[in-house]
Structure formats: C-alpha cells, structure tokens
Write a protein that binds this ligand. Structure first.
Ligand code: AMP
Length: 189
C-alpha cells in the first residue's frame, strides 16, 4: 500500500494547530479532522451529543473521552481518510491516545505520526484573547481553564508518544511554522 499520512497535530490552545492543519490538508490532499469543529457543529445542530457538550465546552473543560473517541472512530472509516488524515485537537488525553492506537491497529493502518507545536503560556494567552472571531470559549476564564486542562490532561499525550513525537517551535510567522512542519515530515517521510 502506498504511504499514508496519518498525522496528529497537537499543541496548546492558541498554538496555531488549526491553521497549520488546514495547510497540511491543501498540501497533502488529506482531510483535517478537528474534534472541536465536529463538536461545535453538534452544538449548533442541537443533536444529543451537542446538548451534552455545550456547557462543558463553554467553560473550557473536556468532553468525556468515550464521546470523542466514538466520533473519531466513525470519522476515520469515511473513504476520504484512505490516504491519511490530520487530527487536530485529538487525542487530548492519554486514554484517547491509547484508544486511537487501537483504532488504527483495528483498521489496519500505520501508527500515527505526532507533531507537537510548542508555544509559551504568555504568548498563548495573548494570542487567544486577541483572536477576532469570538468563540464562545475565548473569554478570560475559559482560556485560563483551557490552558490548565491542557497541562493536566493533554501534556501526558506527549509522554504517551515520547518515542516518536516531533516537537516544532510554534513561534514565528505562519509560513515559517509551515516550513518547519514540512521539514519535520520530510525528515522522516
Ligand atoms: P478546540 O476547537 O480543539 O479548541 O476544542 C474546543 C473544545 O471542544 C475544547 O475546549 C473541548 O471542550 C472540546 N474538545 C475538542 N476536542 C476534544 C477532545 N479530543 N477531547 C475532549 N474535548 C474536546
């Protein structure tokens, strides 16, 4: 089988992973799978999952693992994922990472490659609070919560992938960061 790009782009809120994931989509012709986007759509449509997730998301907490794991399991079976995917915002906990390993194994796929954007806290806070689009969870309290949750629940994901994670300096222009990501992918492609 030809090479798959099974990618995880991880990083704290405000690290630019959503933007960079979109660029990888254009470059590699694989879909971006953002659990945040999928959950926001669920909230907007008023589905059962959306009703469960709304208040949790607004206060900056994590939606339960089993909910997002099931979303990703189903999404990865869609035909557009055949050549690979960029996961953006998943896995966000060590149990989600372990579940993803199992899903990829069950689906006969190669293990995911993990790219982690590294940005210091002060810079993150500044970036998120100056963001224009006004997400429901971009207020000061929710941002502080999301950063704390990242440290507590999501940094262990980097430990889970300690052997393979590629760390990328997330400070610089978008183009510089894209170039760093491409170099990291090229280095092991
Ligand atoms: P994001 O757009 O990735 O910043 O996600 C927005 C919000 O959706 C997060 O603050 C969480 O409440 C929820 N969310 C997104 N992805 C996950 C995930 N993998 N696990 C749990 N909650 C998630």
């Amino acid at each position: 089988m030809s090479e798959q790009f099974n990618l995880i782009l991880t990083g704290p809120p405000g690290s630019g992973k959503g933007t960079q994931a979109k660029r990888l989509v254009e470059k590699l012709g694989i879909p971006q799978i953002s659990t945040g986007d999928i959950l926001r759509e669920a909230v907007a449509s008023g589905s059962e999952i959306g009703k469960r997730a709304k208040a949790i998301m607004e206060r900056g907490d994590l939606v339960p693992d089993e909910v997002v794991i099931e979303i990703v399991r189903q999404r990865l079976t869609r035909p557009d994922c055949k050549k690979g995917f960029v996961l953006d915002g998943f896995p966000r906990t060590a149990p989600q990472a372990a579940a993803l390993d199992g899903i990829l194994r069950d689906q006969g796929r190669e293990p995911a490659r993990v790219l982690a954007l590294i940005v210091a806290d002060d810079e993150l806070r500044r970036r998120i609070l100056s963001r224009g689009e006004g997400r429901a969870d971009d207020n000061e309290a929710a941002v502080a919560k999301r950063l704390a949750v990242y440290k507590r629940d999501t940094e262990p994901v980097l430990t889970h992938y300690a052997k393979s994670v590629q760390r990328i300096d997330g400070v610089g222009s978008m183009d510089e960061i894209t170039a760093r990501i491409e170099r990291a992918l090229g280095a092991r492609a």
